[in-house]
Design a protein around this ligand. Sequence first.
Ligand SMILES: C[S@@+](CC[C@H](N)C(=O)[O-])C[C@H]1O[C@@H](n2cnc3c(N)ncnc32)[C@H](O)[C@@H]1O
Length: 209
Amino acid sequence: MAMSTTRTAAELDQEAAVRRVLEDFYRDGKPPWDSGITPPELVALIEGTGAPAPGRALELGCGTGTNAVYLARHGWRVAAVDLVDRAVRQAREKAAAAGADVTVLCADATRLDEVGVPGPYDLFFDLSCYCGIPPHRRDAYAAGLTKRAAPGARLLMFGYGPGAFDDPFAGVTADELGARFTGWRLTDVTPGTNPVPTFWFTLQRAATA
Ligand SMILES: C[S@@+](CC[C@H](N)C(=O)[O-])C[C@H]1O[C@@H](n2cnc3c(N)ncnc32)[C@H](O)[C@@H]1O
């Protein structure tokens, strides 16, 4: 997909609107998604049969850091980013309280070049971040991960399907990921258990660059 370099006013408005909504969730207290529970799908990858050896992980949209702390506790060297500074502060506090060495940065997952997360990473984890990113930023997200992926790196992503929310652009499909993540293989798509359509996607970067 072509990478756009000019941003229209409408696109900027859309990014600002998404950011405002997210900031409001954290300002109003505990957001509905902040369960404090690591999903079994991540546990299965990290602790299950055929689990990869711990390496370097980057979490996109880490929220208050539950899963970044989980990964660090399981031997991974973890960096995590979130757009909202309140979330980032809470994630840092959670990591400190757990004695977990996690680098948490306030950053846009579609603008990773602006922060110090050069990688390479063996694992990327995204729990419901990408599916809320405006369409015009999604190529940049994919490019940022691809640039930082170690050979054979995995991306485990949970996302809402299109139409799960009123929002006209939110959602993600397997076809979209397959088309956008050049040089990656979509190795698994497992439906989630939510009342609206959700999916766990696993993508893997080619073993040789
Ligand atoms: C649905 S929440 C899930 C948070 C966390 N993964 C969890 O499970 O608790 C999505 C998170 O992604 C963050 N986010 C959304 N767009 C982002 C972006 N472009 N860059 C970084 N973080 C983003 C939001 O601030 C929010 O914390």
